[in-house]
Write a protein of this length. Sequence first.
Length: 150
Amino acid sequence: MTAPETAPVLEVEGLSDECATRGGPAFAVTDVSFAVPRGRRPGLVGESGSGKTTLMRMLLGFQAPTAGAVRFGGRPAAGFSAEGRKAFRRQVQAVFQAPFEAFNPFYRIEHLPIAPLLGFGLVPSRKTALDRIAAAMAAVGLRPGMAIGT
Ligand SMILES: Nc1ncnc2c1ncn2[C@@H]1O[C@H](COP(=O)(O)OP(=O)(O)O)[C@@H](O)[C@H]1O
Ligand SMILES: [Mg+2]
């Protein structure tokens, strides 16, 4: 029996993405399987165009695989209820390449960090969320008083 602390948290089994091209069907990802045990931080390395982004899009649930499955906590992610999907989204997240591009200058600074705090119910109120964001900004030497408003 597998000890709970080494049991895989996230499993990918036979994940493939087959796409139609002018030259016929082609695979962006072919039959990828791996398991991530709790507390481990594996890396994924490959040359440009080898399918890393496509694999991660399928793992995060942004794109359905053409074959294979993602399991989280032993259960297939594809069969999650809305509530299960929310728990998955809270625990399986990505830091995208070029994260600075995620910041839209038309929004105030709290626009992005407040979304998970309120969306996942991690704080009791908007006021607490803004206080938390202000504290995090101050901790890295930014001046939240100049940016965070109402
Ligand atoms: N829907 C699609 N149709 C055709 N080709 C695709 C499609 N999706 C991905 N590809 C191709 O699959 C390959 C893998 O892409 P990608 O996952 O972005 O690789 P990486 O992130 O490792 O650079 C690329 O050559 C990409 O152009
Ligand atoms: Mg990529």
